[in-house]
Design a protein around this ligand. Structure first.
Ligand SMILES: Nc1ncnc2c1ncn2[C@@H]1O[C@H](COP(=O)(O)OP(=O)(O)O)[C@@H](O)[C@H]1O
Ligand SMILES: [Mg+2]
Length: 232
C-alpha cells in the first residue's frame, strides 16, 4: 500500500490524533455548537499553512470581513498583512448573490496557487438550496470534487444547534443543519465545549477520517489567547 500523503495542520497536539495530518486533497468537516472553536480551528489551519509556505483561502458566506479580522487580531493573527503579502486570501459573499461562485473561487485558487481552503461555514451554502436534499447533495459533491481536483486540502465548518452528538452510528443526531455534508466529507471532527473535556471544559474528537488510524475518543482541548491547543 502506498504511503498516504498528508498535510500537517500544525494545530498544537492535533496531528498526533490523525497520523500526522489531513489526507492531502481531502475534505474535512469540523462540526460543533456555537462558540466551540470552529472558526479558530479554521483560521489556525490557514495560518500554520502560511508558515510552511502553503497559501490559503478563507471563504465565508456569513461573517462580516471586519468582524473576522477583528476576531483574529485578538489572537495576534494579522490576516490583513498576510493578504497584502498574498499569502492568505479572503472571499466573502452571499451565495445567492453570486451566480458564478465556483468560477470566482477557482480563479483565486489558480491565480495564487492556493492549497489550503476553508469554508466557514458550509451551513449557509446548503441553505441556498432551501430544503431540496437532492440538490444540496449534488451541489456539495460538485464543490468537493472541484476543490479536490484543484489540489486543495479543504476544511469546512458546520454549525449545529446545541452540542455535537457523541454517537452518530445509531442515527441519534446530525452533524450539520442539512444532515448531508457529513456523508460527503472524508473526515469529521467534532468540537465540544462542555462537560466531557475533563481537564478543560472543551474537547475535540475525530469521528471518522478515511485512510487514517485516528484517536477515537474525545480529547481535552483548550482555547487560550494563543489559539487552540489539544491537551495530552
Ligand atoms: N482570547 C481568548 N482566550 C480564550 N478563549 C477565547 C478567546 N477568544 C475566543 N475564545 C473562545 O473561543 C470562542 C469562539 O470561538 P469560534 O471559533 O469563533 O467559535 P465558533 O465555533 O462559533 O466558530 C469564544 O466563545 C470563546 O469561548
Ligand atoms: Mg464561527
Amino acid at each position: 500500500m502506498g504511503k498516504v500523503e498528508r498535510v500537517a495542520t500544525n494545530i498544537p497536539g492535533f496531528d498526533k490524533m490523525i497520523d500526522g495530518g489531513f489526507v492531502k486533497n481531502s475534505l474535512n468537516l469540523v462540526s460543533g455548537g456555537p462558540g466551540t472553536g470552529k472558526t479558530i480551528f479554521a483560521m489556525q489551519f490557514l495560518l500554520e499553512g502560511v508558515k510552511v509556505g502553503q497559501k490559503g483561502l478563507f471563504i465565508s458566506f456569513e461573517e462580516e470581513f471586519d468582524n473576522l479580522m477583528g476576531d483574529a487580531m485578538v489572537f495576534g493573527w494579522d490576516f490583513r498583512k498576510l493578504e497584502k503579502q498574498e499569502k492568505c486570501f479572503f472571499f466573502t459573499c452571499k451565495p445567492m448573490e453570486e451566480p458564478n461562485l465556483q468560477m470566482k473561487i477557482s480563479e483565486i485558487i489558480k491565480g495564487n496557487k492556493i492549497t489550503r481552503v476553508v469554508i466557514d461555514s458550509i451551513s449557509v451554502f446548503a441553505m441556498m438550496f432551501k430544503e431540496d436534499a437532492y440538490r444540496i447533495r449534488k451541489e456539495f459533491y460538485k464543490l468537493a470534487d472541484f476543490l479536490k481536483k484543484m489540489g486543495c486540502t479543504v476544511l469546512l465548518t458546520s454549525e449545529i444547534p446545541g452540542e455535537a452528538p457523541l454517537d452518530i452510528s445509531s442515527g441519534g443526531g446530525s452533524l450539520s443543519r442539512d444532515g448531508i455534508i457529513e456523508f460527503i466529507a472524508d473526515s469529521i471532527i467534532t468540537v465540544h465545549n462542555s462537560g466531557i473535556g475533563g481537564e478543560g471544559d472543551r474537547a475535540i474528537r475525530v469521528l471518522k477520517m478515511r485512510r487514517t488510524d485516528h484517536t477515537k475518543g474525545p480529547v481535552p482541548m483548550n482555547i487560550t489567547k494563543k489559539g487552540m491547543q489539544i491537551l495530552d
